[in-house]
Design a protein around this ligand. Structure first.
Ligand code: ADP
Ligand code: MG
Length: 306
């Protein structure tokens, strides 16, 4: 391996389906022990990227090295050291909680006699220690996701691929999972996750690669991205109120963007937005610090969740 500190090295990866470019020149480096996020809307190419990294799909061009193994050539060696939580959990509804772990462990050729203790540790980690014999239909969405996570940990992988790990969960279930991801990172594991939730990306990831239409549109820590690409403050107003305030006109201290029925007004100084706000006291408006959603919007002209 030419870069020992990297768990993952990708250079100029390309994938086309039926003439449509789905991954368009993606380069990526994930340092060991870090959490890196692929942030992008539906259809951005996140799952396809993970499939390429796992060797499930062959790239049209580009180089992939996962944990020192070339993919797809040595994908099975890489996969033996990786844990994967897919976008749909693929748990087996005919088995109970422990049986789901057991069948997965057998797939990795682990000694069944050594597993009971390991399962106890994993179930405790997931807060499922009381559900060992529960049928899957009795689990909540959050519990299923936590089971899918520990199933991906049975062979003690050094790196995890998590594809939209909290999509569709309520905020509390999402928060529980975030705590687990943080713990796995503290244990020194490397995490690559995909998400279209900017809050998830902001809270969990050391670095982000922002994707749109299979292309990297920006890259850096969440704070760096916000600093580099947008003004620090934004005022959200109904489009109509924006028109009344004459926001369509040139005002160099403000930058405005329209998205459907909302106008976003960006400024370097909070005071500029406060004075604007004071001119329309009756208007439902929101003055807040800029975030990754604003970065995405500034770079692509559309929202992360469309
Ligand atoms: N096997 C496939 N055949 C044809 N098109 C595909 C296939 N897999 C994905 N795509 C297309 O590639 C694009 C990116 O998909 P995907 O990687 O699943 O995006 P994301 O995970 O970011 O939502 C989508 O437009 C999708 O329809
Ligand atoms: Mg996907």
């Amino acid at each position: 391996m030419d870069d020992n500190a990297a768990a993952l090295l990708v250079t100029d990866l390309r994938k086309t389906y039926g003439g449509r470019t789905v991954v368009d020149g993606l380069s990526l480096r994930v340092a060991r022990g870090t959490c890196v996020g692929l942030l992008g809307p539906n259809g951005a190419g996140k799952t396809t990227t993970l499939r390429l990294l796992l060797g499930h799909t062959r790239p049209d061009a580009g180089r992939i090295e996962v944990l020192g193994f070339s993919v797809p050539e040595a994908a099975s060696q890489a996969r033996a050291r990786l844990g994967v939580v897919g976008q749909s959990d693929n748990l087996d509804p005919d088995f109970n909680v422990e049986e789901n772990l057991y069948h997965y462990a057998r797939y990795y050729g682990l000694d069944p006699r050594a597993l009971r203790e390991r399962f106890t540790d994993l179930l405790t980690f997931a807060g499922l220690e009381d559900r060992r014999d529960a049928p899957l239909r009795e689990l909540s969405g959050g519990m299923r996701r936590r089971l899918a996570l520990i199933r991906a940990l049975v062979h003690d992988p050094v790196m995890l691929f998590l594809d939209e790990p909290t999509t569709g969960l309520d905020p509390q279930a999402r928060f529980h999972l975030w705590q687990r991801f943080r713990q796995l990172r503290r244990e020194g594991r490397t995490l690559l996750l995909t998400t279209h939730y900017m809050e998830e990306a902001e809270r969990l990831c050391d670095r982000l690669v922002v994707l749109d239409h299979g292309r990297v549109v920006a890259e850096g820590s969440p704070q760096e991205l916000v600093r580099r690409h947008v003004e620090p403050f934004v005022l959200e107003l109904p489009a109509e109120a924006g028109r009344d305030l004459g926001l369509g006109e040139e005002r160099h201290e403000l930058r405005t963007l329209h998205l459907e029925e909302t106008v976003f007004v960006y400024a370097r100084a909070r005071e500029n937005l406060e004075s604007l706000l004071s001119r329309c006291p009756e208007t439902p408006a929101r003055l807040r610090p800029s975030n990754l959603e604003d970065v995405f919007f500034a770079l692509t002209g559309h929202a992360l969740r469309d």
